[in-house]
Design a binder for this molecule. Sequence first.
Ligand code: AHR
Length: 492
Amino acid sequence: MPQAHLTLDPSFRIAPVDRRLFGSFVEHMGRCVYTGIYEPGHPAADDNGFRTDVLELTREMGVSVVRYPGGNFVSGYRWEDGVGPDRPSRLDLAWRQIETNAFGLNEFMTWTRAAGVEPMMAVNLGTRGLQEACDLLEYANHPSGTQWSDLRVKHGVTDPYGIKLWCLGNEMDGPWQIGHKTAHEYGRLANETAKAMRIVDPGIELVLCGSSNSGMPTFGAWEATVLEHAYDAVDYLSLHNYYEENGDLPGFLCSAVDMDRYISAIVATADHIGAKLRRKKKINLSFDEWNVWYQSRFAGRERLPFQEAPELIEDTFTAADAVVVGDFLITLLRHADRVSIACQAQLANIIAPIRTEPGGPAWRQTIFHPFALTARHARGMVLRVEPSGPLLETERYGEAPALSAVATVEGSRVALFAVNRSPDQDLDLTARLPAAVRPVSATVIAAGDDPHRVEALPQPLTVQADGDRLTARLPAASWTMILAECSIGDEV
Ligand code: AHR
């Protein structure tokens, strides 16, 4: 049986767990908003039209931040259409939809409060610019006494929202983006918009668009150029990436290797520009779209008829997808020193952990479980654990470690998250801790026996303790969470 080892040591600190790593994303796309989170007339809808079944699942998932309203949608969006009594229907060119604007900023903000999540707003830098971004910020965050803030008050919202997180556009490097720009055009616009927005509200945090994914022809160069323009004006740089199996299960199970390399490359690029500009300030990362997405099954928007809330990319996820999502969360935690925000895309129906039927039930997909368990149990300080063990040979990524792992520690409470990426071999794991350890519980999602099944409820896993060691057999293609008690000491 292949063996793997790891060491849990309080001096291997990465960073405190930032709750913002457990973010999600609500876009006006398909049925994410309409018949997803919002469905007036549904038996479970509250007085605001919010589906309380979806609200409950969102809270159960432990979602911390929700990015809104897009995505590609935001690059053609007029935010004013979604506030006040007059809500015009418009063509949404991003997804060829008819947007009724029944749900807008104020509905979203009421929903975030019901869900207990922090809002993360995106401004339109595709068809619009600096002025409209400042108008929206003034409407949302300025107390009163100006046209836009008084309009908010007139719309029944007396107190300013104080929205902190703002994205400067979405995927502006992508030729598919409405109002796509070159890196120089976007970098300048983002810098000027950021400076002006900070005058409206100095308390905001700003996210600059990085590449749409690591396969873009301008990847790397885009980040360097936009950062040269906007380094001083922004706080974070965004990353997006989606992964799919494409008939290559062994490679797919190692997807987090790519996520890991992508993050390291962007950290290096951001620090290179920081050094070149001789800045002490570090730019941290916002991985604000990540997930499994079976993009090869999506025919593309060109063939879509214009429709209201169409059924769009409602992927059904498998046990293997749950394992890969668990590994993405491990990877994000392992980079918690530089990745400050992460949003799984999206929350409901669109490539989502939560699915709904119009007028019918809401349910959890396989990928719901590793997210909910990690969000609930990753607490305190993130520790790297120096895993060692067999290497896997993959066509996609070359050599990849079979074991991926990270730990968090809060007082004497230890949570260890591990993935065995081997599609067909179990792995005997030994974890060495700094003192005697007592296992509290262990949970596994194993995909090895039937990776494509669409149910993957977490199951108990047997763990042995012997003094300062924990041992467990990690099944092939599995995600595991071990909770334990151990006197780690005061160092953490
Ligand atoms: O999440 C779906 C889409 O993927 C978003 O609209 C876009 O930003 C990305 O390309």
